[in-house]
Design a protein around this ligand. Structure first.
Ligand code: AMP
Length: 215
């Protein structure tokens, strides 16, 4: 199954994407994680992306489209994948169509902006493997330590409240129009993000099973 997870930054799409990937044994393809990895490795692309990312802006379309094209050509994507954080603009969605990629469903996780701002302040990520946590909603077993690889957890620079406000503005202007784009294809499913991750996950799986658009 080829899936897209849409949603504002901090709506929990990454967490839901992970759950679906575990269940379906398909890879999660997160452009944000790939860019952060490139930055960590000091690649040219990573350095180019840094200024945009730090400012809460989108990295230029041609850069992310190139990353996705290479990633989806890898053998582990042959049996399906979950796109987390891509596409984020109409030109990116059009580029995906032009690659001949057929998307089965688009899950949009909806959460109010004020809730997102509150949530982002508690978000933590593993500086080593990129796994994400929350001080209230998704606590690691050992405080400030990654369950998966044991590295220390940190706060993403772009999770600072001022940057979060910019990222939400960018989301509403450039990414939200994708809801209409995919609603027209009949593949969009809306999931109302719940306070408990498990409740959102139950709704996500329900949405994956529904045949009708708009549920
Ligand atoms: P994320 O981890 O998905 O919230 O992404 C973090 C940052 O990476 C974003 O704020 C953008 O600067 C950049 N980024 C990730 N995915 C994309 C994309 N599809 N298009 C443009 N920029 C992206």
């Amino acid at each position: 199954m080829n899936l897209i997870f849409l949603g504002a930054p901090g709506a929990g799409k990454g967490t839901q994407a992970e759950k679906v990937c575990e269940k379906l044994s398909i890879p999660a393809v997160s452009t944000g994680n790939m860019i952060r990895e490139a930055l960590k490795n000091g690649t040219e692309m990573g350095l180019k992306a840094k200024s945009y990312m730090d400012a809460g802006q989108l990295v230029p379309d041609d850069v992310v489209i190139g990353i996705i094209k290479d990633r989806l050509a890898q053998p582990d994507c042959k049996n399906g994948f979950v796109l987390d954080g891509f596409p984020r603009t109409i030109p990116q969605a059009e580029a995906l169509d032009a690659m001949g990629i057929v998307i089965d469903k688009v899950i949009d996780i909806e959460v109010r902006d004020d809730t997102i701002i509150q949530r982002m302040s508690g978000r933590r990520v593993c500086g080593s493997c990129g796994a994400s946590y929350h001080v209230l909603y998704k606590k690691p077993a050992k405080e400030e330590t990654c369950d998966k690889c044991g590295a220390p957890l940190t706060r993403r620079k772009d999770d600072d409240p001022e940057i979060v406000a910019d990222r939400l503005r960018v989301y509403h202007e450039q990414t939200e129009p994708l809801k209409d784009y995919y609603a027209k294809t009949g593949k969009l499913r809306i999931v109302e993000g719940q306070e408990e991750v498990a409740d959102t996950t139950a709704l996500t799986f329900q949405a994956l099973e529904t045949g009708k658009a708009g549920n």
